[in-house]
Write a protein that binds this ligand. Structure first.
Ligand code: HAM
Length: 432
């Protein structure tokens, strides 16, 4: 199974060894932080009907979707992102819950993109979504939970923030049809600003003037600018609220010590955003892709025939985060003490498993090695980077004792089995 035929498909990866451990660590930390911040899990299926993503995924994502017919001829897709599925699940199973409904997930996504460093065809997202809360509190709740996760794993990050409601309001005022609005935003997202402006030119030259100004406007001029657009009263109050939200979002983040930059050229690739949008960038690293992003998508529920619902959320790209941690060479994984329990001949194997249960109960990991010769067993332990070997020889076993060998220093002590946990905690673990 080593030939070319047995490589994974292009853009897919086998994770093993340290890469798999790092991945598992990020997944468990993300979940731990989400739960500590009051989010509940949701687990969507990997395959959905294509039409779930058709409506609002955005041009780029639709182009790169894995779409196929199942055996019964139904058009299905491997999910390119998770928000659409979570909206579907919210509508189907959770809309009767007390609001706000706070959900988290860690799921694989699939996009048939050109693979490169940090861009894969299968990748993992850790996401947070809140339904039923129109306030800034919900936006800060998801963003700060993500920040706490990133802080925990020592990723120094900053926010790039924008307000796509203003871009859309300009185009709506000049009757640009919503599919053309989506296309223009898609071009801005791909940094093809000139192309975007020339598409808009064909729709309205007044809209072009406003859009050009917006794309270079500083944040402190944004409220004034919204007043100038000449929106209907209803539209005006909606856009002003959304603009105040992004100002509050940026100020809130700054007050908590995070860097947040306003950038009106950020529009994001997904077509469902309605206002605040943002991306996470990592500071002080050479390889600096977006490690996550999110925003408000109020009313996406109506696309799936549900009642209007306020909603906001984000997703972090766990594979890119893993890559950055590896590049930095300072991965902070939990300190786990690894032991091997060497059960020598003439000692019942089960004695080893009794000791293992006691180690696990104090959070020490281990595995049992049956051995004839202590020398060979210790050499295996050392090659597997074990921290401590707990040796049960016949003599020790009969006198209710075990030997504990520090594999780094070579120091060995003999302790009573009954006080093994106490010895490990006091003499060994507390010194780490
Ligand atoms: P997104 O920006 O498309 O947003 O993806 C979120 C993150 O997934 C990206 O910032 C990136 O880190 C990671 N990612 C995307 N494509 C790839 C790829 N090909 N390879 C590796 N990593 C990738 C969403 O998907 C939205 N659903 C986020 C959201 C949730 N908005 C509201 N709620």
């Amino acid at each position: 199974m080593t030939g070319k035929d047995y490589l994974p498909p292009r853009g897919m990866r086998d994770l093993a060894g340290f890469d798999a451990e790092l991945h598992e660590y990020l997944v468990s930390e993300f979940k731990r932080i989400a739960v500590l911040n009051g989010f509940k899990p949701v687990i969507p299926p990997t395959i959905e009907f294509f039409k779930l993503f058709e409506a609002k995924s955005g041009e780029e994502i639709k182009k790169t979707m894995y779409v196929f017919e199942d055996k019964a001829g139904r058009l299905v897709a491997l999910r390119p992102e998770v928000t659409a599925s979570v909206v579907r699940i919210y509508l189907r199973l959770l809309r009767g819950e007390i609001k706000p409904v706070r959900l988290y997930y860690v799921s694989q996504c699939f996009r048939y993109e050109e693979p490169q460093k940090g861009r894969y065809r299968e990748f993992w997202q850790g996401g947070l979504e809140i339904f039923g809360d129109p306030s800034l509190n919900a936006d800060l709740a998801v963003a700060l939970t993500a920040s706490r996760f990133l802080d925990e794993i020592s990723i120094k990050h900053c926010y790039v923030v924008s307000n796509v409601a203003v871009h859309r309001a300009i185009m709506k005022k000049y009757d640009v049809p919503s599919d053309i609005q989506d296309h223009i935003l898609h071009l801005i997202d791909k940094s093809q600003i000139d192309e975007a402006i020339s598409v808009l030119e064909k729709q309205s030259s007044e809209a072009v003037d406003l859009m050009k100004r917006l794309l270079v406007l500083p944040l402190d001029k944004l409220l004034e600018f919204v007043e100038e657009i000449g929106l209907s009263e209803e539209e005006y109050s909606k856009i002003i609220n959304e603009t105040k939200r992004i100002i509050g979002f940026i100020e809130g983040l700054k007050e908590l010590g995070y860097k947040a930059i306003y950038d009106p050229t950020l529009v994001r690739g997904l077509a469902y955003y309605t206002g605040l949008i943002y991306e996470y960038k990592v500071e002080d690293v050479e390889f600096n892709p977006s490690i996550g992003g999110g925003g408000r998508y109020d009313g996406l529920t109506t696309v799936y025939d549900g009642p209007f619902e306020y909603s906001t959320g984000l997703a972090l790209g766990l594979d890119r985060i893993a890559l950055i941690l590896k590049d930095k060479g300072q991965v902070k994984t939990p300190v786990i003490v690894n032991t091997v329990i060497i059960v020598l001949e003439k000692v019942p194997l089960i004695a080893g498993y009794k000791i293992l249960s006691r180690l696990i109960s104090i959070g020490v990991s281990g595995w049992v090695l049956r051995a004839k010769k202590i020398g060979k067993a210790l050499s295996t332990a050392s090659r597997k980077n074990v921290d401590y070997a707990i040796i049960i020889g016949k003599r020790e076993y009969e006198s209710g004792k075990v030997a504990v060998k520090d594999m780094n220093t070579g120091e060995q002590i003999v302790v009573d089995i009954d006080s093994l946990e106490k010895t490990l905690v006091e003499k060994i673990l507390s010194k780490r």
